[in-house]
Design a protein around this ligand. Structure first.
Ligand SMILES: Nc1ncnc2c1ncn2[C@@H]1O[C@H](COP(=O)(O)OP(=O)(O)O)[C@@H](O)[C@H]1O
Ligand SMILES: [Mg+2]
Length: 167
């Protein structure tokens, strides 16, 4: 996490160059570049429902992306803390969050996907860990590492991609 002189708190996604090199090959580097390209495309038409990239830079040790900070954490964290709270209150057969809350998040994610698809971007890694909660209680879609672009009139993308377990 970094704090600008303005006092604004940002989240920093820092990718160690050594780890990237060790992992690989051009594939890992391409993933980082890919995320950067998709984010800059998104930055041209910012939307409240997609995570906003503020800065991108590299140092001798790492590649870094700085984002708006979402202090509510991710949806996975929200789910787990809700389950824990309900268990402490003696509710044992709990499956998920309250229906109204789920409806709200689903509606905001529909807006996010609609925005992305309008720009020709497919996210391909939607899961609770990649949905972040802002201090106002809104959710934003994040992590564009696996996102891809589809150009109008071009061949459609086929195949399976995403996080194992969510496919
Ligand atoms: N802007 C942010 N504000 C708050 N937490 C964040 C932010 N970006 C990422 N995180 C946290 O870091 C985790 C990993 O970030 P992510 O961009 O999804 O990286 P990875 O490519 O490793 O999955 C997220 O699941 C979330 O918990
Ligand atoms: Mg992620």
């Amino acid at each position: 996490m970094i704090v600008r002189y303005t006092g604004e708190v940002l989240a920093l996604k820092d990718m160690n160059k050594k780890v990237v090199k060790h992992k690989a090959n051009d594939k890992a580097r391409n993933l980082i570049q890919n995320e950067r390209v998709v984010l800059s495309l998104l930055g041209e038409k910012p939307a409240f429902c997609c995570l906003n990239l503020r800065y991108a830079f590299e140092t001798s040790a790492s590649y870094a992306l700085a984002f708006q900070f979402c202090c509510g954490g991710d949806l996975d964290y929200r789910l787990n803390s809700y389950r824990k709270k309900m268990r402490n209150e003696g509710v044992s057969k709990l499956k998920g969050l309250p229906e109204k809350e789920v409806q709200f998040y689903a509606a905001e994610m529909a807006v996010a996907l609609n925005h992305l698809h309008g720009l020709g971007i497919i996210h391909r890694d939607m899961k609770p860990l990649n949905i972040l909660l802002t201090k106002e209680g809104h959710c934003v879609l994040s992590d564009f590492g696996l996102a891809t672009r589809v150009k109008k009139g071009k061949e459609e993308k086929k195949g399976r991609i995403g996080t194992p377990g969510f496919l």
